[in-house]
Design a protein around this ligand. Structure first.
Ligand SMILES: [Zn+2]
Length: 267
């Protein structure tokens, strides 16, 4: 084991666009970036942190997650390793990954396991790390704090299975999702699951954080399992709300999930 992997890992949120978070994962003087939709904000953050970019890690092909890859790469003579999903054609990817793969991000020497999470896009992947660190998850636009991504390319069945895979990770796993959508997600969650005391508390906490313009992520798998309606479609209260909104829709968990996602799209 090289010396660097014993040093602490820090994860820095870099806000971009309207509500994206790009994640810089730093160890010693190196940093990897997850989903750099914008190169300029990453270059600024690297300078501020006095860190050297060592790798790019991508969850899916959308431009707000990949738009900065070319500029970051060309400023470094094309030498960065770029990890991304094998099932999506993303220009610049040098290591194409799918579920079950395990990578060590060079520079920060961070081991990450790849999880297939199709639904938002067809080839979306997530990255889970727990080797020598408290567990972390980079899940792009699949699981959000209090919600989940829209179904742009995949089916409700795929997204349901993808979320179940993430929900099965250790409860203490910190969830680094890619957008600050929490307040809006929890407003919807409260309509669906009004009797959930933990959810009521969480919504208050999040509102207070947003009033101070502070980030509401990372979340944790434990908190999501307790308060995120998209992980709770088997609960009687969620089924009842979905039935009330869309009679006949809560036939089984996948159908309940599909109806809940469609309801959120209209919300
Ligand atoms: Zn996306």
């Amino acid at each position: 084991m090289s010396g660097i992997s014993g040093l602490p890992l820090t994860i820095v949120a870099v806000p971009a666009f309207k509500d994206n978070y790009l994640w810089l994962v730093r160890r010693d003087r190196y940093a990897a970036v997850v989903d750099p939709g914008d190169a300029a904000v990453i270059e600024d953050a690297l300078q501020r942190l006095d860190a050297t970019l060592c790798a790019i890690v991508l969850t899916h092909h959308h431009a707000d997650h990949t738009g900065g890859v070319a500029a970051l790469q060309s400023a470094r003579n094309g030498r960065l390793p770029v990890f991304g999903p094998a099932a999506e054609a993303i220009p610049g990817v040098t290591a194409a990954l799918s579920g079950g793969d395990r990578i060590v991000v060079p520079g920060i020497e961070l081991t990450l396991e790849v999880i297939d999470v199709p639904g938002h896009t067809r080839g979306h992947i997530a990255y889970f790390g727990s080797d020598g660190i408290a567990p972390i998850l980079f899940c792009g636009d699949t699981l959000f704090a209090g919600g989940c991504g829209r179904l742009f390319e995949g089916t409700a069945e795929q997204m349901f299975a993808s979320l179940a895979r993430l929900a099965a990770l250790p409860p203490e796993t910190l969830v680094y999702c890619a957008h600050e959508y929490t307040a809006n997600n929890l407003r919807f969650a409260l309509v669906v699951d009004p009797g959930n005391a933990l959810l009521v508390e969480r919504e208050k906490d999040v509102r207070a954080l947003r009033q101070e313009n502070r980030a509401t992520v990372p979340s944790s798998i434990r908190l999501e399992r307790a308060t995120n309606p998209f992980l709770r479609v088997s609960e009687a209260a969620i089924r009842a709300s979905v039935e009330n909104e869309d009679p006949g829709a809560a036939k089984n968990p996948v159908a309940t999930f599909a109806a809940l996602r469609a309801w959120k799209d209209r919300f």
